[in-house]
Write a protein that binds this ligand. Sequence first.
Ligand SMILES: [Zn+2]
Length: 200
Amino acid sequence: MPEQEIVLKQEPGVKAYNSESPPSIGLKAGAFAEVGTLILTNQRLVYVSKGGASRAAAWALGGALTAGAIEKSVSKAELDDLMQYEGSYYVPLQEITRVETARKMGSAYLRVDNCSHGQKPSRSYILGSGWSKNEDWVNAINSAKTELLSNQNASATGFLPPPPPPPPEHAPPVCPSCGKPLSYIHQYQRWYCYKEKKYL
Ligand SMILES: [Zn+2]
């Protein structure tokens, strides 16, 4: 895994749902939604919930992330610090199994499935900026994942020591008097030294 975590994409004002699609509008979808910022790094998909007003002040700590600093390097500690807020979480890119855009009751949303242990298997997001951005997110997440996996493969082949050599052929015993390898003569079932032309 690359040492440096880089923010590739982020979007504030994202409503997140712990289900494969947002609840229908009739159920007052907004009432059940967390509103926060979706952040894609080169290692994971992060959702930071801003929660209520009390949390907004603490959120200012993450100002570097909210300033639209695309391609900004962030420390793992910075993101982990944001992760402490209730409703916040992240999914490692290699555990994202599917990303797609979909529509329900006229609103477009982004669906992200994962295989992470202890996570909701599917989550959905409604982005404030509209349908076209959903496609951008699908592409960004998929390409970040592809790149992460190919980096891992590259480092696996680049830095691992070469595999051990195959086990040597069973070495023949050597002649006790001259040290040359002996040959086993099946016909007589004896070891023979060709150098000295004698059986043991
Ligand atoms: Zn010999």
